[in-house]
Design a protein. Structure first.
Length: 346
């Protein structure tokens, strides 16, 4: 079969999943260097994945009434030889089929196998395992094109222009490189079940500032401003809070790259930090680590193994006790944070 001239890759919705897809996107670039590669996804993800030589064109997905017909029209207009479907949904495969893409590759889930020319069988997982890591699953989707991984995980890029503007913003906030800065991301777009109690996060922040001399910086996403503001009040004293002037994802990449460490729940920013080579301490409760259990060389995952109902994958604790997060003690997080900070100072 001849190499495809035009490849359309349907991207996942979540920020973290999109970042974990970068290993597969690099694989496509290496195996099909002459192809015109377009990524299709929400427009806010384009600056996140830009500047890493991963794609030639971005095809934005539509939202709201009529989105399916609009997406089908965009797919038809692009004229792909091959479509790769990273999400599991029926709709994403349906849109590629309706858009006339002749070869369609993805996992045969949600009854959509008949819509795919190359349906990949889901894995038979051993007892107790929820999934294979997303890094690996996305690589399996691109494998029929002869693409294979390079042994590395998420890698993001930042242009010189973005770096200059983001650096100026940090300077205006007195965030300078002569101090180790630890980021704290208290929110989670997924839902409140991922949020660690703010008073505990504040305890960790104050300890790292007052005992270890670290600078503190609070990040948040849209809709999480109140959480960030509450955390700032609980910490008290010297702390930089970005909730009053949210950073776009392209500048947030640069910011994450300047941190010595990020303390967060199982959020998109943990993956952005990983893509920029910044260590993270990740507090994980309701979500399964199986989805992200790959390329954790600069990641410490803290979770309570003794909570029977975890992982539930629910956005709100159905039992209303939230024990998977409330049982995580601040000292555990401080110890892991110091592990990375000591390595940083060597």
């Amino acid at each position: 079969m001849a190499d495809p001239a035009r490849i359309l890759i349907r991207m996942p919705t979540w920020v973290g999943d999109a970042v974990m897809a970068t290993a597969a996107l690099r694989a496509v670039r290496r195996s099909q260097p002459d192809a015109h590669v377009a990524l299709m996804g929400a427009s806010h993800l384009e600056p996140l994945l830009d500047d890493a030589s991963l794609f030639d064109e971005w095809v934005s997905t539509s939202s709201g009434t009529g989105k399916v017909s609009e997406n089908v029209s965009s797919i038809s207009t692009f004229g792909a030889d091959v479509g790769l479907v990273f999400p599991h949904s029926f709709r994403t495969a349906w849109e590629l089929w309706r858009g006339g893409v002749p070869r369609r590759i993805g996992f045969a889930r949600q009854g959509r196998g008949w819509l795919l020319t190359d349906p990949l069988l889901p894995h038979r997982l051993p007892p107790g395992r929820r999934a294979i890591p997303m890094h690996h699953e996305y690589l399996e989707v691109v494998a029929p094109l002869g693409a294979s991984g390079d042994g590395q995980g998420s890698i993001l890029g930042v242009s010189d222009q973005v770096a200059a503007s983001a650096s100026a913003r940090l300077s205006a906030l007195s965030v300078r490189s002569d101090r180790r800065w630890v980021g704290f991301h208290p929110g989670a777009a997924f839902g409140p079940s991922k949020i660690w109690p703010l008073d505990r996060m504040a305890d960790v922040a104050r300890t790292l500032r007052d005992q270890d001399g670290c600078g503190l910086l609070i990040t948040c996403g849209p809709g999480e401003e109140a959480l960030a503001s509450e955390l700032r009040v609980l910490i008290g004293g010297d702390v930089v809070d970005l909730s009053e002037d949210l950073w776009p994802l392209d500048q947030l990449k640069y910011l994450m790259g300047q941190l010595a460490l990020l303390v967060t729940g199982d959020t998109g920013p943990r993956h952005i930090a990983a893509g920029m080579g910044t260590p993270q301490v990740v507090l994980m409760g309701p979500t399964s680590p199986d989805y992200t259990d790959a390329h954790l060389e600069i990641t410490s995952v803290i979770r309570r193994e003794d909570v029977d109902c975890s992982p539930c994958q629910m956005k709100v604790c159905p039992l209303e006790h939230h024990r998977c997060m409330t049982l995580i003690e601040p000292q555990q997080v401080i110890d892991e944070a110091r592990h990375w900070l000591q390595r940083e100072s060597r």
